[in-house]
Design a protein around this ligand. Sequence first.
Ligand SMILES: Cc1cc2nc3c(=O)[nH]c(=O)nc-3n(C[C@H](O)[C@H](O)[C@H](O)COP(=O)(O)O)c2cc1C
Length: 173
Amino acid sequence: MDIYEVIKKRRSVRSYRSNPISNEVLMRILDTARFAPSSRNSQEYKLIVVKDPGKIEEISKAAFGINFIKEAPIVIAGVSLNPNEVMENNVPSYPVNVAIILDHITLLAVAEDLGSCWITSFNQEEMKEILNVPEEYKIVALLTLGMPYDDAAVKTRKKLGEIVCFESFKDKD
Ligand SMILES: Cc1cc2nc3c(=O)[nH]c(=O)nc-3n(C[C@H](O)[C@H](O)[C@H](O)COP(=O)(O)O)c2cc1C
């Protein structure tokens, strides 16, 4: 699968088969995601990989009971270790840094015939407690990872002209 196919095939998977993910596949995904860019090449994050079903159940509770989290054999939390840094352009770097590596994981998952889903609807403080994350850090997002239960649904997206303009800002090109 080339990169164009991978990007178009990726979708949010909210139903998983119980098949485990082999350690070999998991480590291949993580070790490749490591090459993601970050501001000043800081890699100021930690990925917490959770496989323990009891802990995944706790995670699901702190995510307002989202049920499909419990179906996933793996949940990965993307944690920023430097959530106060602001880049020269006056934009915080941490959500950008963590989002890039998590997005790399979602694409690598597709290349391994796996599915994933971003989760940001969770209680920050409860999740920190469950995952033993120090107060000064920030859990940016979680990803579920597993074998998709069903086939891809059709995606809807804005037309290119609505999100791209050339040479200067325009509402529509
Ligand atoms: C930053 C971010 C946060 C998201 N948070 C959640 C979430 O909390 N729960 C959920 O079910 N999906 C979440 N999603 C998935 C989006 O709803 C999904 O990507 C979007 O609807 C497009 O669908 P697709 O991923 O299938 O292409 C999130 C996605 C992103 C990028």
